[in-house]
Write a protein that binds this ligand. Sequence first.
Ligand code: CA
Length: 239
Amino acid sequence: MPDGLMSGPSKPLVLVVEDEAALATMLRYNLEKQGFRVEEAADGQEALTRIAETQPDLVLLDWMLPAMSGLEVCRQIRRRPSTKDLPVIMVTARTEDQDAVRGLNTGADDYITKPFSTEALIARMRALLRRSGAMPAKGALAFHDISMDLATHRVLRNGRPLHLGPTEFRLLEFFLQHPRRVFTREELLDAVWGREIHVEPRTVDVHIRRLRKAINSEGELDLIRTVRAAGYAIDTEPV
Ligand code: CA
């Protein structure tokens, strides 16, 4: 049982909306192994019915569904007062940023691109479930003058609130879990993005730049250490 957090009747319920039966079965298997309860729906209409019937804690919503698209399902979830705050992760096979942005604009809380690792999916699910209170908080992470509250998703540096995008948040969370350890771009891709084959290592550099910008104010110590030809770490020693 991971983290020893989920057991008994408090196991979060996840609705997997996926029309590819093999993928739905694989997701159910992996999620149940990780301590989640799983319901399935093979199309959008069934998804909305299952949501009303079972009141899941989170919806894993495939983008490409027959008849009603994942986007439309997401819109309807947001439109209904009883489900407007229901955490939704959009699953997409597309890689265009434009699509991801459209997905988030319709109210998805996060998205993940096929193919993804179970590890990456679970990390996103846990983050959302902690935020919605459906899962116990893991507490807080801290390094130097940065603190991250995993329950509220608040990140502070020296008492100043930091505003991070979802990827930068996960990146920082991962660094905070392994202070001073140097990770290669490939290791960061695996841990934070989850082996998305379309993501190139230089994407890591882009998000590292954004993370730096978000956490370092003028005159403050740059806490992200760049190790030439090796990768990145969170560290108070710049070289
Ligand atoms: Ca599909």
